[in-house]
Ligand binder design. Structure first.
Ligand code: GTP
Ligand code: SPV
Ligand code: MN
Length: 591
């Protein structure tokens, strides 16, 4: 398959460590995929779904102890603790290799070692990078075949180079006490043991494309971000690209596949999806920032996805999709909370037990048929609004960068930063209420800078510095930076803004601002639209309600500034002075 000496040497080392019974080189062909699907069904790893209604689709249930990313067991193993910074778990690399090798030793006995060569980004693109993952899980192989570009061509592109990321996954006993997701950025190496859940084991995704790649970007002068990429087409046919960073389960997939309200569709507005989770961005020859989506599929949150909230995502799951931890219906189709109002009779829940719709109580997550972090793995090519640029390696020029999160009271619906530096400040101070995408409490406000808290592979203070440096290089070609919040609630806890397709109204203001067309008022935190600036055509919302979610409440923001001050203390002398000055300006503005 390959003569690359660095690859062969690593594989020899891994074979000796793991002692597999068989070895299979994954080649990305349809024949091999079909064979692996049959095998996965035989092994009980996948259940075949209704071939007529969901052709090529399968269901997988993880161990109930293994349903989300495990941040407390995720490590950045750099040569010094300081390099990993205050927001990452750290362990000495030598010690961690030893511990992990002891856990993984002999763990492929009686099993097959799959060798997966994959490209993050279109194969051969100057913005793409190569990885090799070895795994003992057919489920992982089949997911990687959807989420990344797996092909023997990857070996050709790699040639003799040592510029590739090593990924070892071993399911071991799925023992949560011995579960570790570890990164060695200085060695381009990832080791994941004792898990079978998506973000922990599809090593091209969060482990490589964010944790390792953010480190590479820092060293090499580019950016790896937890961002969707969308193209907004106006009636003249021009397309402007937006990249947006929201924490896990805060609406990236939804925004990336947005369908505009009818009156805007009729005028000719349309959204194209380039990516829904990760963006790799570099400065192009013309000095602008260009982004690619390194992934090849969507690993999306199932609950809440329906034909109204996200028609395009639902369409994407109609064929060749793997569902994880959703409910299985009698007719071999799937169901999850929020798919529709027809609670299925005689369904099997995500744990594999009969599900009684009579006992279902929306407020009690333990009665759910699907796990709140249940997911679909769908090929990007299934998406009705996939961008023409998706498979092109050159990337798309970014006009606006948008930050956002779940904030019940604080951030207004949308505001624009005064400039790049102020935008970096906004990103660095971002906070959101936690979701089911990671193990742990849900609904707690936590600071999540640039939505990268769980994904930054080095010191967060140095990461802020890197953002500031990128801004200096971009100069007046830098994208404009904004912040959005779809999640302000009323006194009963209901979302005030309708969200979803109606978010297009906010995106239009954002693009108009980039083009110098829309007005705004300057506030303590940045430029906020006047209520008249957001088009409410056909929407059942009055200007006063809109005004409410656009207000910047001084008391709330004073508390916020104090919390940002606390948050900043963590970074010590790695915190760029520019950001400290930005915080002082905010405090002065609030006086
Ligand atoms: P990850 O894949 O974990 O990174 O998540 P994501 O950021 O792609 O989130 P996703 O789009 O899957 O949305 C997660 C949840 O937020 C779903 O339950 C959605 O229904 C809900 N959601 C998305 N957009 C909106 C919105 O505009 N308003 C409201 N109220 N909810 C939304
Ligand atoms: C996220 O949690 O941000 C995801 C899902 O996109 S996972 O791949 O599990 O990280
Ligand atoms: Mn994500």
């Amino acid at each position: 398959m390959t003569n690359n000496k660095t690859v062969l040497a690593w594989l020899d080392e891994m074979k000796a460590l793991l002692t597999p019974d068989n070895i299979v080189w994954v080649d990305g062909s349809d024949e091999q995929r079909d064979e692996l699907r049959r095998l996965a069904v035989e092994l009980g790893e996948l259940e075949k779904l209704n071939e007529e209604k969901l052709p090529g689709c399968y269901l997988h249930r993880t161990n109930p102890n293994d349903v989300a990313r495990v941040e407390d067991r995720t490590f950045i193993c750099t040569s010094t603790k300081e390099m990993a910074g205050p927001t990452n778990n750290w362990c000495d690399p030598k010690e961690m290799y030893e511990k992990l090798y002891n856990i993984a030793r002999g763990s492929y006995k009686g099993r097959t070692m799959y060798i997966i060569p994959y490209s993050m980004g279109p194969i051969g693109s100057p913005l793409a990078k190569i990885g090799v993952e070895i795994t003992d899980s057919v489920y992982v192989v089949l997911n990687m075949l959807i989420m990344t570009r797996v092909s023997t061509k990857v070996w050709d592109v790699l040639g003799d180079s040592n510029d590739w990321v090593r990924g070892l996954h071993s399911r071991c006993d799925v023992d949560p006490e011995k579960r570790y997701i570890c990164h060695f950025p200085e060695d381009n190496t990832i080791i994941s043991v004792n898990s079978g859940y998506g973000g922990n084991v599809l090593l091209g995704k969060k482990c490589f494309a964010l944790r390792i790649a953010s480190f590479q970007g820092w060293k090499e002068g580019w950016m790896a971000e937890h961002m969707l990429i969308l193209g907004l087409q106006n009636p003249k046919g021009e397309v402007h690209y937006i990249a947006a960073a929201f924490p896990s389960a805060c609406g990236k997939t939804n925004l990336a596949m947005l369908i505009p309200p009818e009156y805007l569709r009729k005028k000719g507005y349309k959204v194209w999806t380039v990516g829904d989770d990760i963006a790799w961005m570099r400065i192009g020859e013309d000095g602008r920032l260009y982004a690619i989506n390194p992934e090849n599929g969507f690993f999306g949150v199932a609950p809440g996805t329906n034909e109204h909230s996200n028609f395009n995502a639902l369409e994407s799951t109609k064929k060749n999709t793997i569902f994880t931890n959703v409910a299985l219906c009698e007719d071999g189709t799937v169901w999850w909370e929020g798919l529709n109002k027809n609670l299925p009779e005689n369904a099997i829940d995500w744990r594999g037990n009969p599900w009684d719709p009579a006992k279902f109580n929306k407020a009690d997550k333990t009665t759910c048929a699907a796990h709140p972090n249940s997911r679909f793995t769908a090929p990007a090519e299934n998406c009705p609004c996939i961008s023409d640029e998706f498979n092109k390696g050159a990337g798309v020029p970014i006009s606006a960068i948008v930050f956002g999160g779940r904030r019940a009271k604080c951030a207004p619906l949308v505001y624009q930063s005064r400039d790049w530096e102020n935008g970096v400040f906004i990103g660095s101070a971002m906070a959101s209420e936690t979701t089911a995408a990671a193990a742990g409490a849900v609904g707690v406000v936590r600071r999540d800078p640039m939505a990268m808290l769980p994904f930054c592979g080095y010191h967060m203070g140095d990461y802020f510095r890197h953002w500031l440096e990128m801004g200096k290089k971009l100069g007046d070609k830098a994208p404009k930076i904004f912040n959005v919040n779809w999640f302000r609630t009323d006194d009963e806890g209901n979302f005030i803004w309708p969200g979803f397709g109606d978010n297009m109204r906010v995106l239009n203001w954002i693009i108009d601002r980039c083009e110098g067309k829309a007005t705004a008022s300057e506030t303590a935190i940045g430029y906020v639209p006047q209520p008249e600036d957001i088009d409410l055509t056909d929407l059942d919302m009055d200007l006063d309600t809109l005004k409410d979610i656009l207000t910047v409440d001084k008391a709330v923001w004073e508390k916020e500034a104090a919390e940002i001050e606390e948050h900043y203390k963590k970074f010590g002398d790695h915190l760029p002075a520019e950001l400290r000055a930005q915080l002082d300006t905010l405090k002065a503005n609030l006086k």
